[in-house]
Design a protein around this ligand. Structure first.
Ligand code: 6PG
Length: 251
């Protein structure tokens, strides 16, 4: 495993996707246990995508009986505007891969209502986040994020309206290239987190990862660059395929 730091972010380069999901599970559980010990519970926002999914499946397989689950509150950092049983649903993916297989309380699972009118769903979810995290100053213990080939993260897509949102916690976001609305955490909410963990695997992510690492790429072109937690720890777990060509300083 190679390690390097860049702009206060910590990068770990793992041999392959399998090693990445194993390391991600270690980090996830370590943050969860520390949160339960120090704050009484663990408040996490899950991400959609195949890379996060591999983590969820590993947690369900290797840590189904872990003592953190009854003390865990589950949110999503984004959702497609579809019903919860739709194959596109991030809720459905995480529920099948993890939540239905661990002892998390159903009332602690806070689903974005993708089936509702997007602006209403975003406002309602902002209210739930505000209520549950009021005593935490809106700071998630962990926000998991993937990285799209185009540099999007959560559902903050290049040049999409939600990139400019600095007041709301959760926004409805029209994504032109998908010709669809999405629900997404906003940049301010993500940047309040105690821990933000990106999971990036595959050679197709190489360009987006380089842009995230560069000091010149426009965040409106590569929205993941907006993720710079004000006081939290930003970590990237990337596999060799995505990190090819990066030197030990990430250049
Ligand atoms: C979504 C995700 C999205 C995802 C990235 C990476 O709703 O699609 O939240 O941001 O994390 O697109 O996805 P992969 O890991 O599948 O490449």
């Amino acid at each position: 495993m190679r390690l390097f730091e860049k702009r206060d972010a910590r990068f770990e380069v793992l041999r392959d996707a399998e090693s990445l999901s194993a390391r991600a599970a270690e980090l996830f559980l370590s943050i969860a246990r520390r949160s339960v010990t120090t704050r009484g519970d663990f408040i996490v926002a899950l991400s959609g995508g195949s890379t996060p999914k591999a983590l969820y499946e590993r947690l369900a397989r290797d840590a189904a009986d872990d003592s953190v689950w009854p003390r865990t509150q589950v949110f999503w950092s984004d959702e497609r505007c579809v019903p919860p049983d739709d194959e596109e649903s991030n809720y459905r993916m995480a529920n099948e891969a993890l939540l239905s297989r661990i002892s998390v309380s159903r009332e602690n699972i806070h689903r974005m209502r993708g089936e509702d009118y997007p602006e209403t769903a975003a406002a309602d979810y902002s209210a739930v986040v505000g209520k549950i995290l009021a005593s935490r100053s809106l700071k998630f213990d962990l926000i998991l994020l993937g990285l799209g080939e185009d540099g999007h993260t959560a559902s903050l897509f290049p040049h999409s309206p939600a990139l400019e949102e600095r007041e709301k916690l959760v926004a409805a976001n029209w994504v032109e290239k998908l010709e669809a609305s999405r629900l997404t955490f906003t940049v301010p909410l993500i940047n309040r987190a105690v821990n933000v963990l990106f999971l990036v695997a595959g050679e197709k992510k190489r360009e987006a990862l380089r842009a995230v690492l560069s000091d010149t790429a426009d965040p409106r072109e590569y929205p993941a660059r907006f993720v710079q937690p004000s006081n939290g720890q930003l970590q990237f777990l990337v596999d060799e395929a995505a990190a090819i060509g990066l030197d030990e300083k990430g250049s």
